[in-house]
Design a protein around this ligand. Structure first.
Ligand code: EPU
Length: 346
């Protein structure tokens, strides 16, 4: 028997515009750009001369980055696909998902199978591979609650490794992939344990209200629908108005300090997250400082959600940075609180 193996030559695009690869819609260029659809293609890229001679960055859908200038190096785009059921138990399933799969597509698959655990995270932009990095969260749910394992490729040893949920050191918008092992691994696949029993987490925000308005009962599919409605009303669609979701993190401060601020600003919004700590709604701080809807040139603070910065068309990364500095400065002056970007600056 004679077998032929087909393979594509690794493709490095040069001087590549990243406008369609970042949800802010910033027209910055990459010196080189290459995609991988498998671990083996990733290995080929890592063995190339272009990889050795350039700084690099792994990009998913570019939904949590701000390109501040042209990238003088190699952008590697994860396109590893596939959703595979590994184990089918009485109350749950284990599913392995390619890092390049669109996050919302995976949520839609999950609810179509009547599985539960990620439905409140519907419509979060980005890829499955990026979801553990900042432990994406919304409407009372975080992805860390469903992740069982993360498969990541160790750039130094050139071997795949598996991180258990505990290994990932998940925290609010944080994980080991943003800390200790930052830039040392490339996430290739993620395993999730999804429940066959609906979790029905509907106490956060306006989910229950939305279900009532839609006249829908609580189940994963309907909760996803409610979340999609709420998000679409509040958050700008990146296809229409460039943005990358929350630009800033909600700052965590001592409850003692929160109580003092509350005396001065009785309407301030905060959630107690432990005995001594409170998470402040940065959106409220910005809104109450009068910056909601503020615009300078093509960079602006969104009119419905002050935590989101937007590109009205031709803003450069630097325009957005200048705006974010103005917001940070105003918040520091007014409340004595330092807020930090949630998006990664490149
Ligand atoms: N608020 C204002 N004015 C604003 C925005 C918010 O007063 O312009 C107040 C709201 O009234 C509310 C509070 O601030 O009382 C919190 O607002 P919201 O519930 O909209 O959530 P958030 O804290 O602003 C976080 C996540 C979002 C996630 C939502 C829903 C962060 C940094 N952001 O936003 O995540 O969708 O909760 O759970 O934690 C993202 O990361 O890109 C993102 C959109």
């Amino acid at each position: 028997m004679i077998c032929f193996t087909t393979f594509e030559l690794m493709n490095f695009l040069e001087n590549f515009s990243l406008k369609k690869h970042n949800t802010f819609g910033i027209d910055a260029k990459a010196k080189y750009f290459s995609e991988f659809i498998s671990v083996s293609e990733l290995k080929d890229i890592l063995n190339s001369e272009i990889y050795s001679n350039n700084k690099t960055f792994v990009l998913g859908e570019g939904s949590n980055i701000l390109l501040t200038k042209d990238f003088e190096g190699l952008i590697m785009h994860n396109k590893i696909n596939g959703i595979c059921i590994l184990e089918d138990h009485e109350n749950s399933i284990i599913v392995e998902v390619g890092g390049g799969v669109n996050w919302n597509d995976f949520v839609m698959w999950s609810v179509s199978q009547e599985l539960s655990g990620i439905e409140n995270l519907a419509l979060i932009p980005g890829t499955v591979g990026a979801s553990p990095v900042q432990n994406i969260g919304a409407y009372g749910m975080e992805v860390k609650e469903s992740i069982s394992k993360v498969h990541a490729f160790n750039i130094k040893t050139r071997k795949s490794e598996i991180f258990s949920n505990e290994d990932c050191n998940f925290e609010y918008r944080n994980s080991i992939f943003k800390g200790e092992v930052k830039n040392k691994f490339i996430i290739t696949k993620v395993e999730f344990e999804l429940s066959k029993t609906p979790l029905n987490k509907t106490t956060y925000g306006a989910i229950q209200e939305e279900l009532k308005t839609l006249n829908l009962r609580e189940n994963p599919k309907n909760i996803a629908k409610a979340v999609i409605n709420i998000r679409s009303r509040k958050l700008p669609d990146p296809q229409v108005l460039g943005n990358s979701g929350s630009f800033f993190k909600n700052p965590i401060i001592k409850t003692e300090r929160f109580n003092k601020l509350k005396k001065e600003f009785p309407n301030i919004v905060g959630y107690k997250i432990s005995e001594t700590k409170t998470k402040l709604a940065a959106g409220w701080l910005i809104d109450n400082a009068g910056l909601k809807g503020y615009r300078k040139g093509d960079a602006g603070v969104h009119k419905n959600q002050a935590l989101v910065l937007v590109n009205y068309g031709n803003a450069s990364g630097q325009d957005i940075i200048n705006l974010s500095k103005k917001v940070q400065h105003t918040i520091l002056e007014k409340y004595g609180i330092a807020i930090e970007p949630e998006v990664n600056l490149l």
